[in-house]
Design a protein. Structure first.
Length: 293
């Protein structure tokens, strides 16, 4: 029986760390996956800025579940050495924020070049993951669009070839690429780290709140619940309204079925949708703010 704990990309609620903390506290979310703060990507912040963020999070009782880094989210034909320096920086920021997890990707490429880039992708990932392991940090791979690991078979292969790498399951990313969600979660359960929570409708290329799309979020949660007794983060990533950093992290045109006046309103709506889905499927919040069944 899993113990689900809510986390979030709170930059979708507001730009400043104060706005992000307020959104987390008022939605009773105890963890954050920091990605963009004050208009700067998390890897762009200085040590002093990171420590200031950490103090504010500590004062609010919020912990960092994983670092929302962009490492691995660049073309495979780019030079690796400069990117590996960013990987090292991400590890140092993890230490400052006291989290053991880093979100990572497996390099942009085109579908017609998958076979020819496979060996290079795996070689680079192994080097990054090994560096993380040496420093006590888990590298967690997200199935993102237009990267080598966007489809279930590729994710399964990467987790098999790189035993120290963990998987992040994102149902919406799978559906936006027409992938089978069941195959996606089965592949990621090879070594699951946590889940990103957003939903999608493939035909309309539209992001929707959890439970309103084709991502089978409830079924996925039940499968994870049956597969592990671990604490599993459910990291809310609403994508229901255009936010400051969106253009830097996603090339999709953002289309939604709802209209929200503010980013905070969209964030709250997504958080409530997830909690509603959990309750409707028999999960209840215990005294540790864990959702269990």
């Amino acid at each position: 029986m899993a113990r689900f704990v809510l986390s979030a990309f709170a930059d979708e609620a507001g730009s400043s760390i104060d706005e992000q903390i307020a959104a987390l506290r008022e939605n009773e979310i105890d963890y954050i996956e920091p990605r963009n703060i004050g208009g700067k990507g998390i890897l762009e912040l200085s040590d002093e800025e990171i420590l200031e963020v950490k103090k504010k999070l500590d004062d609010a009782g919020i912990k960092v579940g994983s670092l929302g880094s962009p490492i691995g989210k660049y073309p495979i034909d780019g030079e690796f050495a400069p990117h590996f320096e960013k990987t090292k920086r991400a590890v140092e920021i993890c230490k400052l924020l006291e989290t053991k997890n880093i979100r990572m990707f497996s390099f942009f490429t085109s579908q017609d070049k998958l076979a020819e880039v496979k060996d290079e992708v795996i070689s680079r990932l192994r080097e990054m993951v090994a560096y993380g392991k040496k420093n006590g940090i888990r590298f967690c791979h997200e199935n993102e669009s237009a990267i080598y690991g966007q489809m279930p078979a590729e994710v399964k292969e990467l987790l098999t070839e790189i035993p120290d790498m963990y998987g992040i399951f994102d149902a919406a990313n799978y559906r936006m690429n027409g992938a089978d969600v069941d195959a996606g979660i089965d592949a990621t359960l090879t070594r699951l780290a946590y889940l990103h929570i957003k939903d999608a409708i493939y035909g309309e290329q539209m992001i929707v709140p959890a439970g309103e799309g084709e991502g089978k979020i409830a079924e996925v949660l039940n499968k994870v619940n049956d597969a592990t007794d671990e604490v599993i983060y459910l990291t809310l990533e609403p994508h229901l309204k255009l936010f400051d950093a969106y253009k830097d992290i996603d090339e999709h045109e953002l289309k939604n079925k709802y209209v929200f006046k503010t980013n905070r309103e969209a964030f709250d709506f997504a958080a409530n949708a997830l909690k509603k889905l959990l309750k409707e499927n028999g999960y209840e919040r215990n005294g540790n703010n864990e959702w269990i069944r």
